[in-house]
Ligand binder design. Sequence first.
Ligand code: NDP
Length: 326
Amino acid sequence: MPAKILDGTKIAIEIRSEVAAEVKTMTAAGVRPGLAVVLVGHNPASEVYVRGKVKASNEVGLYSEQHTPPETATTAELLALVEDLNRRDEIDGILVQLPLPAQVDSKKILMAVDPAKDVDGFHPVNVGFLSTQRPGLVPCTPAGVIEILKRYQIPIGGQEAIIVGRSDIVGKPVAMLLLNANATVTVCHSKTRDLPEVCRRADLLIAAIGRAGMITSDFVKPGATVIDVGMNKVTDPAVFQRLFGGRLYQNAKREEAFRAKGSTLVGDVHPEVAEVAGALTPVPGGVGPLTIAMLMYNTVKAAKMRRGQRAVASDQRPVGTVAGRE
Ligand code: NDP
């Protein structure tokens, strides 16, 4: 039986509507959560991401503002901007879109963001909070992975979870969240021996590698839940053929779009895995949509944590199901 497809778009819509309701209540109580996005220069991919974030902010009713220093901005100028945003009470979340231009000391800028406003959850203070199970801001994509599992009622506690990828942005925080939720966690990387064999132990297999279709069916235990975090742009027709050319995985719609556009977005998991896994997130439409939804969620959470009783006076409920867990 083919894997159940875990619909990230549907869950992202649910979370965004929960956040919108919360923003409405908070705004009525006089505390409208605010997000500031800093976009330096004109990186086209960053411009697309930032547009998506600003649009989502408007849709859920957040106050949002965009700062667009020029490509030539210095570390000192960006530090001054971040410090100003840190000081302003109406700004609850600060998001500095990466990558920053080469002349800027990115680490210095990210370290300067007030941890209480660090809605990306990358500041070492928030990393420490996560690893010691204290309330804090959790990175958006990893938090989205957990939301998919929870909202589809896929058990985590006691399950064997294998994560392929150990980045600070995805692999490590996903591992920490799963460990905090009582999974037995193994983190794999490029030096892991016998990777397919290790992965076949997984009840929950999380792929965060950045290699199109690397996880084939021989990595997957029958019935396992497979979460595909990978987002890879494929332009090579031979790679497209390897992924979608097989008799079972032909995808006429995707092929047509690939021909017209010259590229397609694929995950780290080969489409053939759908024949083995019990449940699987698609790409696109799986983990991707959750990232922005969780950014909206984090901004509201940051407002509640920092502005305390002013934010929750009229409503003591946690946002969605996530806050109740953290
Ligand atoms: P990184 O490049 O930072 O990390 C990749 C990880 O994969 C590394 O730990 C690396 O190991 C490991 N790896 C690479 N090749 C292999 C291999 N052959 N065997 C085993 N492990 C391997 O990537 P990110 O974590 O930033 O992103 C991972 C993927 O997730 C990308 O496709 C990215 O686009 C996507 N992504 C998606 C998001 C979303 O919103 N859906 C958000 C963020 C990322 P080592 O450490 O040994 O080098």
